[in-house]
Design a protein around this ligand. Structure first.
Ligand code: KG4
Ligand code: ZN
Length: 327
């Protein structure tokens, strides 16, 4: 049974996890949201400096809570892309240093593969499926044949779904990240009150910028207690687009299983409506557990463990890739 230590520093969360076999011994995340809030967005240099401060602390914490001596770890992994170059470098450099120092394998992991495989975290075996990845930086449909066998079906041509939640939340004067803020306000709202556009419904790609613009034009004209209805209508438009395209892809590629992952898949309406649509159409449905949906190192450790088992290994000379593709 192999013990893997993984670091995730692709954006503004520093995360470290230790996985032994299928058992998660420790998983720690330090969020930098507060640091970046005062600048109104993520400042890359602030992010990398914070990773540099947080990563050693989290390494100590996971070793302590996982009751493991780092010298007993069998392999070290880190997210090597996609993400912010100066952030990726921190986790990757630490993992490479540990792997070299202890003479153990190093695995460079694609952040998107981490999300993609997270619905299988508790079973440990990847089955063929059509997968929707919905996060702050990505919205894509992937045909999964098995570990490392991925084909891109469609992706967003403009904003990611999470980015649309974040931008609309900012427009409405709500906090960051916008997804949970909008979901909270949408409770009890009427999702049919505002007729917002659902773009490119017949394409395998996604577009959310028209929806965002529609809210921008509508919002100044509204009066009274419109916020719950506006949030519910916006959220429903996103859910409709995601559910419709995912089901269409599952039918086209004739799979038995549909999976969803990434930060936006924390959204209860999305989970419930996609699950219900799959049940109606006869597809099995799997979503990552909510704690595994937003960025974390457990999904990176899990992906690394499957790759190690399948005898993939990376060279310590391998570079980070801010634009690393999944398929
Ligand atoms: O996967 P993630 O942590 O980071 C990226 O890799 O991008 O996703 C973060 C995104 C943010 O845009 C956030 O607003 C969105 O996930 N998100 C949600 C919810 N929770 C997080 N969107 C909708 N509903 C939620 N409950
Ligand atoms: Zn992510």
């Amino acid at each position: 049974m192999k013990t893997i230590l993984a670091l995730e520093t692709s954006c503004d969360e520093t995360a470290v996890a230790i996985l032994r076999g299928r058992e998660l011994l420790a998983s720690e995340i330090a969020s930098q949201i507060a640091e970046h809030e005062k600048y109104g967005g993520i400042v890359p240099e602030v992010a990398s400096r914070n990773h540099l401060i947080q990563a050693p602390r989290l390494l100590e914490r996971v070793a302590c809570s996982g009751k493991i001596d780092i010298s007993n770890v069998d392999a070290f992994a880190a997210t090597s892309g996609p993400g912010l170059a100066s952030s990726l470098m921190i986790g990757v450099s630490i993992a490479k240093g540990l792997a070299t120092g202890f003479g153990k394998p190093y695995l460079a992991i694609n952040h998107l593969e981490g999300h993609l495989l997270s619905p299988f975290f508790s079973d440990g075996e990847v089955k063929p499926n059509v997968s929707l990845i919905v996060s702050g930086g990505h919205t894509m449909l992937i045909r999964v044949h098995g570990l490392a066998g991925y084909e891109l079906i469609g992706r967003t041509v403009d904003d990611a779904a999470g980015e649309a939640f974040d931008k609309v939340a900012k427009m409405l004067g709500l906090g960051y990240p916008g997804g949970p803020e909008i979901e909270k306000r949408a409770r009890g709202g009427d999702p049919a009150r505002f007729n917002l556009p659902r773009s490119m419904l017949d394409s395998e790609n996604f577009s959310f910028s028209g929806l965002k613009t529609a809210v921008r034009y509508l919002f100044p004209k509204l009066h009274g207690d419109f916020l719950p209805d506006l949030c519910a209508s916006f959220q429903q438009a996103i859910v409709d687009i995601l559910v419709r395209k995912t089901i269409a892809a599952a039918r086209k590629y004739n799979v038995d299983l549909v999976t969803v992952s990434g930060g936006v898949s924390c959204n209860q309406d999305l989970r419930w409506q996609l699950g219900a649509a799959c049940a109606r159409k006869g597809f099995e449905f799997k979503s990552a557990e909510p704690w595994l949906c937003t960025d974390n190192a457990a999904m990176i450790a899990f992906t690394a463990s499957l790759r190690l088992q399948a005898e993939f290994e990376s060279k310590v000379t391998e570079e980070i890739d801010p634009n690393l593709a999944l398929a």
